[in-house]
Design a protein around this ligand. Structure first.
Ligand code: NAP
Length: 298
């Protein structure tokens, strides 16, 4: 029997890649859900319009689809939006997760997989393991911590948390940009850019993240997994690599410290993940940043 897998946030960067990846698996029937209309517009899956922040919609959809597995990728992930509207951030990121968990419990769910973030960590230390103490520096991180806690409660199905970091890639009709596209688009227009040289991340190619989610589903692996790239880079180093790869002049790129920007919501200075657990338990093997850059340029 095929497993019925429901993806939330299927119009987003991860959601679109995950939908495409799961469609290649014979034992999976894909239910892609998103806010409003389908933006991937491909064949082979069932698209369902579902706003995860409306409990009645979640209850109705989960009762009619009766998924075996839910991969919950929908979120407000812009730090500024969460700082500006705390109540909305709690509704979208925490309550919505609780609605899905409860509906799953009422409809025979077998596995719930939640996508979380490196922003649950303070930024004092990089290359973090799954056991590191969480201490979010901003409200977005706090909502993800609260949602993680909901997922970690005692549910009658398997639960997993996928923490990821600075995801890059491209999909159709994106609602938000990412570092690689931001650098490319600015340099293409000849716009000078200031890029931070004292933050550290392990940037994640979106197809690797989708594969990490699939491995968790396929192996029915429970618990927390860090799924990211393997190169520990600053945004400035990333911008230089993008410029060189695309033959743009690096003269337009100025390196600055994070303190230069007056941002709404503090960003952690160092994050980036130790992915040993995911490698050992899941057989997760991400490509290098250089290879990911080549893939996106193609
Ligand atoms: N991108 C990163 O660097 C990064 C890093 C760490 C963790 N994450 C996490 O990874 C997950 C996937 O992120 P992503 O990069 O794919 O972001 P994304 O492209 O912004 O996708 C998120 C999707 O969620 C949808 N969404 C938001 N609120 C919704 C609601 N109430 N009901 C239904 N759908 C809703 C958005 O819909 P619209 O398209 O209509 O806005 C969007 O399509 C998120 O949980 C995010 O927090 C991302």
């Amino acid at each position: 029997m095929r497993n019925r897998v429901l993806i939330t946030g299927a119009n987003g960067l991860l959601g679109q890649h995950l939908t495409k990846l799961l469609l290649t698996k014979k034992n999976i029937e894909v239910f892609a859900s998103g806010r409003g209309k389908d933006r991937l517009l491909e064949q082979g899956y069932n698209y369902i319009s579902m706003d995860v922040s409306i409990e009645k919609e979640v209850d109705d959809v989960i009762a009619s689809v009766k998924p075996d597995i839910i991969i919950h990728a929908a979120a407000i992930s812009k730090v500024e939006n969460c700082e500006d509207n705390n109540n909305e951030a709690i509704l979208q990121n925490v309550s919505a997760t609780a609605f899905l968990l409860k509906a799953g419990k009422n409809n025979g769910l077998k596995h719930f997989i939640f996508i979380s973030t490196d922003f649950v960590f303070s930024g004092d230390k990089g290359m973090l393991t799954e056991e590191e103490r969480r201490d979010p520096p901003n409200f977005y991180g706090q909502t993800k911590l609260m949602a993680e806690d909901c997922v970690m409660q005692n549910w009658p199905f398997k639960t997993s948390i996928v923490r990821t970091c600075l995801v890059y890639g491209q999909v159709k009709d994106m609602s938000r940009t990412n570092i690689m596209l931001w650098v490319k688009n600015n340099l293409k227009k000849g716009n000078p850019i200031k890029v931070v040289n004292d933050q550290y991340r392990t940037p994640t190619y979106v197809k690797d993240l989708a594969q990490g989610c699939f491995l968790i589903l396929d192996k029915e692996a429970e618990g927390v997994f860090h799924i990211s790239g393997k190169d520990y880079l600053t945004p400035y180093a990333i911008a230089l690599k993008v410029a060189k790869k695309l033959n743009f002049s690096t003269n337009l790129i100025t390196e600055v410290t994070a303190g230069t920007f007056k941002e709404n919501g503090k960003r952690p200075l160092k994050t980036g993940f130790d992915i040993s657990k995911s490698k050992n338990i899941l057989g997760y093997e991400p490509i290098s940043f250089n290879k990911g850059l080549e893939e996106v340029v193609k």
